[in-house]
Design a protein. Structure first.
Ligand SMILES: Nc1ncnc2c1ncn2[C@@H]1O[C@H](COP(=O)(O)OP(=O)(O)O)[C@@H](O)[C@H]1O
Ligand SMILES: [Mg+2]
Lengths: 315, 389
């Protein structure tokens, strides 16, 4: 049953200054129901400041925004009832146990009786901590802690969830588990706003906004962003047994080569963005050989969001 | 699937307020009592401080210059006086033969202590009649006076027991043959320790509650948990009460403990209605907790909160009249001491405990405490709402 996408977060010209410094500069976008909206940017780009305004924690200097139909400046109470928020810092009580933390947030959200018991059980289940309810939160590994924080932000079943770098300091396996939960929530109709600087995570978002110095410089699906901002071809150069020294040699040879827009080490390979005229893998291999790097291992590959990001920052 | 008829949604209204407040108070208490250092700071430190400070008053007095007056001039009287000055407690400054001379020396302040053995001392002992020794004390230095008097009493008791034993009487018949009669000049009640306990109680409450509330809020700010609380629908009023009620409770328990120790260890009398002390304590705590939360709301880090708290605590103690009488301070400081909640609270405690004063006698102090409490408490609530709401 197809239906009109319902706008859940609507942001128009949102701006926040700290003194003369503009942390968030005239940002506009909207997020629809069930969407995973990724907010990508370097440290200090203004991601957290945007989230804190949308959660009603910080007043905007200019512009306006509605979250679940409530104006963030005029109805912060209504906003708070419809959102869940995981701040960038780990913000559960490290000196309380798992159950005590959930107990506190269940009270804060005024859950009582059977509903409270059921929601707390579900939260323990979601965090994978059903058998560790009495463990001190401080003693949990990073991945479990973040899942507990997520579970407590979900106790009241908010239709909108703001996650500020939810997987910072979490190992790759736990990150993958975390993202499974995020995607499941989105399928269930929760709207998610997620900041990250992991580019592989951004690939999992439905749409990605890129922040550079307080400005939203690009906004599209991951595929759309790549098509717009890193057109042309991406080639991947392997160095065989050369190891890191080989990688360095390739990059040194690429410096100043005509038709080469940029490159990026990628494990023991180098990703090179090139003009269409250099598009054939053979052409690049030949140019490299001219500069004393002999390699037959050049193949076409796909651009990543990292390439988009670098292209945008360089501009 | 049909929705469950009972409690399938968060509750609203008063029920929600009570639930939230309960959750917050429970959380504060759990955190407080999980931290062993906190239990020490809140419950044990006040006791130890009171014991140490209370005893410090009479620890460091010895070699008290003592004038001996021997009116009896017998072997027994000489033995008694020699024994008295043999130890470190008393230093013999002279021997006279009349109580009259000793009296004038002490009352003129030339010597702080005189011990008089009256005529008939040896005869009484010989006839197995109780007899007495007179101690003349300059009470101006009340610490020293108490120590001196106690030391004479202890010495005399030991001698009496030796005499009882020498006569072959059973220890149970311990009717002391030598009694002490003390006359104190200038400060007849010599109540320095008694006078001291209310001040210690007030300052302990000040330190404990101010530091704990200020640090508690600053810690939540620093660790980011406050932000997490602020995105929940838990309102400013709930937050304010949840952050003060547990510590008000702990403060009142501390007050009870300090009063208990004061009564049992230092024999502080409880002459007036205890309810007035706790009522005043509640009002006093309102001011302290309000100031604590103000500091916590304005400070950015725990470090800042701690520094700010001590910055207020030091003058509050010094200007409370707890150690130095307010009357002895420069007149320009007088208005400052009026803004100090410690002062009226110490006055209430002393009034009730030592004089047996009631609410009516202490009405001015109680009104002052209530006024301060309401102003500071509501001011702190307003600031908290503006800064964090
Ligand atoms: N309360 C504040 N006062 C002053 N500057 C701030 C404040 N909060 C954030 N900033 C500044 O705004 C910029 C954006 O910060 P932030 O939104 O936290 O970035 P991000 O989350 O993208 O790393 C940074 O330069 C930061 O120093
Ligand atoms: Mg951030």
């Amino acid at each position: 049953m197809p239906s009109e996408p319902e706008t859940v977060v609507d942001v128009r010209g949102l701006t926040r200054r700290f003194g003369a410094f503009v942390a968030v500069n005239d940002v506009s976008f909207s997020v629809t129901r069930g969407e995973i909206f990724g907010y990508l940017g370097a440290n200090g780009a203004g991601k957290s400041t945007t989230i804190r305004m949308l959660c009603g924690l910080l007043a905007p200097t200019d512009g306006r925004a509605t979250v679940a139909g409530a104006d963030i400046a005029r109805e912060p109470g209504r906003v708070k009832r419809s959102i869940g928020y995981m701040s960038q810092k780990f913000s559960l009580y490290a000196d309380l146990t798992v159950a005590e933390n959930l107990d506190f947030y269940a009270s804060a959200y005024a859950l009582s009786g059977r509903l409270r018991a059921a929601r707390m059980d579900e939260a323990l289940e979601l965090a994978g901590l059903a058998d560790r309810r009495d463990a001190l939160t401080r003693e949990l590994p990073g991945g479990l802690r973040q899942r507990l924080a997520l579970a407590s932000a979900l106790l009241h079943r908010p239709p909108v969830l703001f996650l500020d770098e939810p997987t910072a300091g979490v190992d790759p396996l736990a990150r993958r588990a975390f993202w499974r939960v995020i995607r499941e929530l989105a399928r269930g109709g929760t709207t998610l706003f997620v900041t990250t600087h992991h580019l592989d995570e951004a690939e999992l978002c439905h749409r990605v906004g890129m922040m550079v110095d307080g400005r939203l410089v690009a906004l599209d699906t991951p595929a759309g962003l790549k098509a717009t901002h890193v057109p042309g071809t991406m080639l991947s150069v392997g160095t065989g047994a050369g190891g890191e020294a080989g990688t360095r040699a390739v990059m040194a040879a690429l410096a100043g080569m005509p038709g080469v827009h940029g490159w990026q080490p990628f494990g023991l390979r180098v990703h090179v963005r090139v003009d269409p005229e250099l598009a054939g893998p053979g052409r690049l291999a030949a140019r490299l050989a001219e500069r004393g790097v002999a390699t037959a291992d050049v193949e076409a590959t796909e651009a990543g969001l990292e390439d988009v990001f670098l292209a945008l920052v360089r501009r | 699937m049909l929705p469950d008829a009972t409690e399938t949604r968060p509750i609203e209204g008063v029920g929600a307020f009570v639930l939230r407040l309960r959750g917050l108070i429970l959380k504060e208490l759990r955190q407080t009592f999980r931290d062993k250092r906190m239990i020490g700071l809140l419950m044990i430190a006040p006791m130890i401080q009171l014991l140490v400070l209370g005893h410090a008053v009479n620890l460091d007095v010895d070699h008290v210059p003592t004038l001996l007056a021997d009116e009896d001039r017998t072997a027994e009287s000489r033995a008694y006086l020699d024994g008295l000055t043999a130890g470190d407690a008393f230093r013999r400054v002279g021997v006279v033969d009349s109580a009259q001379v000793a009296l004038s020396e002490v009352s003129a302040g030339r010597v702080p202590l005189a011990v008089v053995v009256p005529r008939g001392f040896a005869a009484d002992l010989g006839a197995q009649r109780p007899t007495r020794v007179q101690v003349l004390v300059d009470g101006g230095d009340s610490n020293r006076a108490i120590v001196a008097q106690n030391a004479v009493a202890t010495y005399t008791l030991r001698r009496s027991q030796a005499l009882i034993a020498a006569r072959g009487l059973p220890a149970g018949a311990a009717l002391a043959p030598v009694r002490i009669e003390t006359r104190v000049f200038y400060n007849p009640s010599m109540n320095s320790r008694i006078y001291f306990v209310p001040g210690v109680a007030a300052t302990l409450l000040l330190v404990v509650t101010l530091v704990v509330t200020a640090m508690g809020l600053a810690r939540e700010k620093e660790s980011g948990t406050l932000e997490q609380i602020l995105v929940t629908p838990l309102g400013g009023a709930t937050l304010f009460l949840g952050k003060t009620l547990p510590y008000a409770l702990i403060g009142l328990i501390d007050l009870g403990l300090v009063l208990g120790v004061g009564t049992w260890v230092f024999s502080v009398p409880l002459r007036g209605p205890l309810g007035v002390v706790f009522f005043a304590g509640g009002l006093y705590l309102m001011t302290l907790l309000g100031v604590g939360l103000l500091i916590g709301a304005l400070a950015r880090t725990q470090q800042q909160a701690l520094v700010a708290a001590f910055f207020l605590i030091m003058p509050a103690i010094l200007l409370s009249g707890f150690a130095t009488p307010v009357e002895n301070m420069p007149t320009w400081l007088e208005p400052v001491t009026r803004l100090n909640p410690v002062r009226p609270f110490v006055e209430v405690m002393r009034g009730v405990l030592l004089r047996g004063a009631g609410a009516r006698d202490l009405a001015p102090q109680l009104v002052t405490l209530a006024g301060m409490g309401l102003v500071v408490f509501s001011g702190a609530a307003a600031v908290l709402r503006r800064r964090l709401g």
